[in-house]
Design a binder for this molecule. Structure first.
Ligand SMILES: NC(=O)c1ccc[n+]([C@@H]2O[C@H](COP(=O)([O-])OP(=O)(O)OC[C@H]3O[C@@H](n4cnc5c(N)ncnc54)[C@H](OP(=O)(O)O)[C@@H]3O)[C@@H](O)[C@H]2O)c1
Length: 350
């Protein structure tokens, strides 16, 4: 049994190496091929091998010869390129812009401000009713030479209820509203009675090349344990509420150990809660010590925990500030101080 696993691990690593392209980073460290398949070298793969374990997923647990074996590799952030390579093989920026509650010109301006200031990751959802504005902002930024489509990574989501009941139609509707060719990542917004069948339709869209990676939002240990054996493509991302007052310290490692990247929503606590969090004396003192803002400290804390951040903002100054997270780093002691702020205090119901 061990031999089968080892052989399969080696074969899958070799396959990953041969299948990979080359990633480029310019002098600024900015990733230029966000939309491309991962560029791991054999050296990098070998370095990672110690962290790699091979497991059987789904119904293949019978371990018969020839059964499919998935390689699990903990996804490390690259602070030079500001990206992480997903289990789908695509690179995703590790910080970006959340667009919940942004609409009309405010939304278009926010997206273009982010893209003009190095932002390369945009998070939206069918439920935010702003995919059309986001698509427009992206197309305008492309026309104005600010970015190329391949430089950026766009996430959207389909919602429980009628959308997950009619997944083909609702996924295609997201693609049509965005109108930017493919979608980099599609998530199921919440668990739902039709989530497995909706997920399988997302898998089909990946097969058809219309979506590059797929994942889940608001999925925790129990929900993941239930869903994973029923699907073929391991989710590339799970997006959950995470901030210093709600740290999910039990859930994050569980997800990361499955080779799935974790992304935090409400990184600044969410609207109505940011005042208290940004004014927290521990965070303010750390911010002062680094000549950074409280928001930057919280976002950096997430990145150092291996959590991707998508702070929401319609304010150009905040958007610029939220992109500047790489000129300082938190010490172990500072990380511990923020870790100690956890109150298990959720700021939304899901
Ligand atoms: N999957 C899910 O179920 C789910 C749920 C909720 C959210 N999300 C995603 O996560 C994203 C982030 O959540 P969110 O936008 O609701 O909450 P958030 O990022 O925690 O906080 C947004 C609030 O912070 C303020 N802010 C942003 N940057 C700031 C800065 N540098 N200094 C001071 N204030 C700042 C914003 O005000 P200004 O506009 O004035 O900057 C806004 O009021 C959403 O936009 C959405 O994309 C996903």
């Amino acid at each position: 049994m061990k031999k089968i696993l080892s052989l399969a691990l080696i074969l899958s690593l070799l396959f990953a190496v041969t299948a990979c392209g080359q990633t480029e980073a310019d002098d600024s460290g900015e990733n230029k091929t966000v939309g491309h398949k991962e560029a791991s070298t054999m050296e990098e793969m070998t370095e990672n091998i110690e962290e790699t374990e091979s497991v059987l997923v789904g119904e293949n647990e019978s371990s018969m010869p020839g059964t499919e074996v998935k390689t699990i590799m903990k996804r490390e952030f690259n602070f030079e390129t500001k990206t992480v390579t997903l289990n789908s093989g695509y690179e995703m920026p590790i910080n970006g812009l959340g667009t919940y509650s942004l609409h009309g010109d405010e939304c278009i301006n926010a997206v273009k401000t982010a893209l003009s200031n190095g932002g390369r990751l945009i998070d939206t959802a069918s439920a935010y009713s702003n995919e059309a504005e986001i698509g427009q902002a992206i197309r305008e930024a492309i026309d104005e030479g600010i970015i190329q489509r391949e430089d950026i990574f766009v996430i959207t989501k389909i919602y429980p209820g009628s959308e997950m009941e009619n997944p083909e139609q609702s996924i295609q509707a997201c693609l049509n509203r965005l109108d930017i060719g493919y979608v980099d990542m599609m998530l199921l917004h919440h668990p739902d009675r039709n989530d497995v069948s909706a997920y399988k339709v997302m898998e089909q869209f990946v097969e058809d090349g219309k979506i590059r990676s797929i994942g889940l939002s608001n999925w925790y240990v129990e929900e993941l344990t239930e869903l994973l054996p029923q699907v073929d493509i391991v989710p590339a991302l799970v997006q959950n509420e995470i901030h210093p007052y709600y740290q999910e310290n039990d859930v994050i490692p569980f997800i990361q150990d499955l080779g799935i990247v974790v992304q935090g929503w409400y990184p600044l606590g969410g609207r109505g809660h940011t005042g208290e969090l940004l004014g927290d004396p521990v965070i303010s003192a750390i911010a002062e010590a680094h000549g950074a803002s409280s928001a930057q400290v919280i976002l950096r804390w997430n990145l150092q925990k291996g959590v991707v951040v998508i702070p929401g903002s319609g304010n150009p100054d905040h958007i610029r500030e939220n992109m500047e997270l790489y000129h300082f780093s938190l010490t172990e002691d500072e990380m511990d101080q923020i870790n100690a702020l956890d109150r298990g205090e959720k700021h939304d119901w899901y």
